[in-house]
Design a protein around this ligand. Structure first.
Ligand SMILES: *Cc1c(COP(=O)(O)O)cnc(C)c1O
Length: 317
């Protein structure tokens, strides 16, 4: 398990790589819901998402390694490549041949090698395991790892640091590293603070697992909240239990509700976020999230294709 002490220890460790992101009030959402709503603008983090916190902490905690690897091509792969370069450690991001060219270029632009293996995510993950076994690489997973969770938890410390009387935090939920870390940090300051997890209705593995009482696989479906897709791992060690212990409420959103969140944040608050980061606003607009106040929404990332974003904002989801 991860403690508040682990999270406080992570904060100075990642300070040279990770920036403190702004908290700003949302006048429009506060008016809509009848109480103060704050936005934690983590989409303005270096690499465009909070994942840099966990990756930076995990990389900083490594002993002597030949390099670091992972099979994630999303925000975690990007964060790991960035954190490794900052420490002068080689990074190999294992990807399947199905991954689009622009993603390979983005990984290469961060100084990492995108190693194309096979035609499935499983094959890419096998290669990451092989590098760990045979080449002295450290495999840094996207959420189910104590150092990663502690790094994500620094976001919770920042929120409580700027808004000590926060009553609730709405957290986009996928594998649960973000929610677990933020919840431990925030509840250490205020045990009554409510942690509200939000996922999409389509293929939310953590929601299905919590309901079943054990990690289950779900069929992955395309969603606007693409950073919330993927499983929690049948051998999940930490986040399944931590999320189960720490979450106070779980909200699921339709694709139209997520799109409305993206649109509202762009038009009313001037923030460009990806689908995963818009779920808090989407839940308020849908009448599914009603407080308590002050309520903080984590805008977890901003990595969305600009033309797709423009299309959604124009109302064509
Ligand atoms: C990874 C990610 C999440 C979910 O984080 P977990 O730790 O997997 O629950 C939410 N938003 C964005 C933008 C992400 O990249």
């Amino acid at each position: 398990m991860v403690t508040a002490k682990d999270i406080r220890a992570a904060q100075p460790r990642i300070r040279d790589i990770v920036r403190e992101t702004p908290m700003k009030p949302s006048a429009s959402l506060s008016r809509l819901i009848g109480g103060p709503v704050w936005l934690k603008c983590e989409h303005r983090q270096e690499t465009g998402a909070f994942k840099l916190r966990g990756a930076a902490n995990a990389v900083a905690r490594l002993g002597k390694v030949a390099g670091v690897t992972t099979a994630s091509t999303g925000n975690h792969g990007r964060a790991l490549a960035y954190a490794a370069r900052a420490k002068g450690i080689p990074a190999v991001i294992c990807v399947s041949a199905l991954v689009p060219r622009n993603k390979l270029e983005a990984i290469a632009a961060l100084g990492a090698e995108a190693r194309v293996i096979g035609t499935s995510q499983d094959a890419a993950f096998e290669e990451a395991l092989r590098l760990q076994r045979d080449a002295g690489f450290a495999l840094v997973p996207p959420f189910d790892h104590a150092d990663v969770i502690a790094g994500q938890g620094t976001l919770g410390l920042e929120i409580l640091g700027s808004l000590p009387d926060a009553a609730a935090i709405a957290v986009p939920l996928s594998g649960g590293g973000l929610l677990a870390g933020v919840a431990v940090a925030a509840k250490a300051v205020n045990p009554d603070l409510r942690i509200i997890g939000i996922s999409m209705e389509r293929g939310a593995a953590m929601a299905a697992s919590l309901k079943a009482g054990h990690p289950v696989e779900v069929r992955e479906l395309p969603t606007l909240a693409d950073s919330l897709g993927g499983g929690i791992g049948p051998q999940n060690r930490l986040t399944f239990r931590m999320v189960g212990d720490l979450i106070d409420e779980l909200i699921l959103l339709s694709e139209a509700e997520i799109a409305a969140g993206i649109r509202h944040l762009a038009l009313e608050d001037g923030e460009t976020v990806e689908g995963a980061a818009a779920v808090g606003a989407g839940a308020i607009l849908a009448g599914k999230l009603r407080g308590p106040f002050p309520l903080v929404l984590i805008l977890s990332g901003g990595n969305i294709d600009p033309s797709r974003h423009a299309e959604i904002v124009a109302g064509g989801a």
